[in-house]
Design a protein around this ligand. Structure first.
Ligand SMILES: [Cu+2]
Length: 121
């Protein structure tokens, strides 16, 4: 019985299921800018994280038509990145506020916006 418990605990630790108290959890996300039926959009369109998480977005611009740069901006977290075609960018921030936030292209505001949902802690 005890050995079984130890094996289960070791498995959880190996999988990283148990996070030490006080450790900040991290969230790795990817966003790809594409043109879909004539609309430029970051996909997926909606991202969900937890308040307090360190969020890391890897950003790819896969739009084949010019212009060769699109923006990835989330105003409330001071995120504003220019992403050039075939030149991935990474942006990090701490999601310290809960709520629903707009993700948009600050270079071409007509593009379809996405959203970031930060769940309350
Ligand atoms: Cu754009």
């Amino acid at each position: 019985m005890k050995a079984t418990l130890r094996i289960v605990l070791a498995t959880f630790l190996a999988l990283g299921v148990i996070v030490p108290a006080g450790a900040q959890s991290e969230r790795d996300l990817q966003a790809v800018n594409i043109n879909y039926e004539g609309n430029n959009v970051w996909t997926p369109g909606t991202y969900v994280v937890k308040q307090g998480e360190k969020v890391r977005f890897k950003l790819y611009n896969r739009v084949k038509a010019d212009p060769n740069v699109h923006g990835f901006a989330i105003d409330e977290f001071n995120v504003k990145v220019d992403v050039y075609r075939d030149k991935p960018e990474t942006v990090e921030f701490v999601a310290d506020k809960a709520g629903l936030f707009r993700i948009w292209c600050h270079l071409h505001p007509a593009h379809l916006p996405g959203q970031l949902l930060v769940l309350e802690k």
